[in-house]
Design a protein around this ligand. Structure first.
Ligand SMILES: Cc1cc2nc3c(=O)[nH]c(=O)nc-3n(C[C@H](O)[C@H](O)[C@H](O)COP(=O)(O)OP(=O)(O)OC[C@H]3O[C@@H](n4cnc5c(N)ncnc54)[C@H](O)[C@@H]3O)c2cc1C
Length: 370
């Protein structure tokens, strides 16, 4: 394929993976991200799968795989805090912020444009046009929608854009290991769960903010899934600033009264090691759990990748690896084909079924999780 002008909407992991791989192939690539400050210091922990290690190697940041904390065993606790099941299952956990910062830092000057929200994308006879919220426009041979669950790029493809609330949310915490209460030390070196009908919490260690792996300098990541009735959803996602968020309540937005109630719930419902770890987090965030499946991932000059195409439930631990798989597949088909439309068609037929399968797995895991 000749070098293309490629514009990417959305500068989280999918967009940044794509920008890195496609510029390396000689395309003229820019990423437009609506956030004005980027996401350094955001996110929590993730369990990388094969595709993530593969793309890190291709981007030239394979050393990141070494910045992972290895958990020894999978533990299941009962309500009294006793271990009821233990299985030796070593597994590596990395931190989202370290991955984001390393991948963003590999882009060239001017390639990652922050504070540039895109309001619409339109396909034309010769490519696609981006319209920005500031009223300016730009044309490109190919526009990639990496703009996540609320994607505006989807609209250019006439694919549905409604995501479906799954009826529960994930409260998330990330605390410095040094702040872990003594009573929670059982959780530290293991991937631990407490699961009973209606309650599901898990936790594991991830590296420190600069990739620290020394005991005492790492961070503990926990995720507590909880039901929220659809009618209560807007209230649950309204922050102390008065803003109602659509998909997630960011850190720092929980009111002191709700934080206190949350701590009491932890004490009443969870085994002591988890309750103490939850109470040690003073600024938890809340993520709504949604399902979304695009019927189409491509048009003549537009492609969807990552969460813009399929939103999968976090139980799969595959959101980031699915994004990496999409990007490597798109890059491969652009390399192999002479015509853009052929490359896009083949990319879609390779990735549509993969997205559907992971989305279905997420629903199944979700159904048995709570
Ligand atoms: C701040 C943050 C923290 C996260 N932390 C974790 C974590 O700890 N663990 C985990 O497993 N997953 C985490 N995720 C989710 C994970 O990154 C995704 O599931 C996966 O990487 C695929 O995401 P994506 O890049 O397709 O979409 P997203 O990560 O949702 O990114 C979409 C991007 O598009 C931008 N955007 C949206 N609309 C527009 C527009 N109109 N114009 C311009 N830009 C737009 C958004 O600001 C966002 O940066 C996090 C995501 C974010 C944004």
């Amino acid at each position: 394929m000749r070098p293309l002008t490629i514009r990417i909407v959305g500068g989280s992991l999918a967009g940044l993976f794509a920008a890195n791989l496609l510029s390396r192939d000689g395309h003229d690539v820019k990423v437009y991200e609506r956030s004005t400050s980027g996401f350094a210091g955001r996110g929590a922990g993730l369990v990388p799968q094969r595709e993530v290690f593969h793309i890190l190697r291709e981007i030239g940041v394979e050393h990141l795989a070494r910045f992972g904390v290895v958990s020894r065993d999978r533990l299941y606790l009962d309500r009294s805090g006793k271990v009821t099941q233990r299985a030796h299952m070593p597994q590596t956990q990395i931190s989202w912020d370290l991955l984001y910062e390393s991948v963003a830092s590999r882009l060239g000057h001017g390639q990652y444009v922050l504070g540039m929200p895109v309001s619409a994308v339109r396909q034309t006879a010769t490519g696609a046009t981006l319209a920005f919220e500031d009223g300016t426009t730009e044309t490109a041979d190919l526009v990639i929608g990496a703009d996540g669950i609320g994607s505006v790029v989807r609209r250019a493809l006439n694919t549905s854009s409604t995501s479906e609330y799954a009826g529960y949310v994930a409260w998330r915490g990330l605390i410095p290991e040094a702040d872990m209460p003594e009573v929670s030390s059982l959780l530290s070196e293991n991937f631990a769960f407490f699961v009973v009908p209606g309650i599901h919490i898990l936790g594991y260690l991830v590296p420190g903010p600069e990739g620290e792996l020394e005991p005492g300098k790492r961070r503990y990541n926990w995720v507590w899934y909880r039901f929220v009735e659809p009618r209560d959803y807007p209230q649950a996602f309204t922050g102390k600033s008065g803003t109602t968020y659509r998909y997630s309540l960011p850190r720092g937005e929980l009111s002191p009264e709700r934080l206190e109630q949350f701590g009491l719930d932890a004490k009443t419902l969870l085994p002591l090691p988890f309750a103490a770890a939850v109470q040690a987090e003073r600024t938890p965030s809340i993520q709504g759990i949604f399902d979304y499946e695009a019927e189409r991932m491509v048009g003549q000059s537009v492609a969807l990748i990552g969460d813009a195409a399929f939103v999968v439930r976090p139980h799969t631990a595959m959101g980031v690896s699915k994004a990496a798989g999409d990007v490597m597949s798109l890059r491969d088909h652009l390399r192999q084909e002479d015509k853009l439309t052929d490359a896009l068609r083949k990319f879609e037929s390779a990735r549509l079924d993969a997205g559907r399968a992971i989305a279905e797995l997420g629903r199944q895991l979700g159904a048995s999780a709570l």
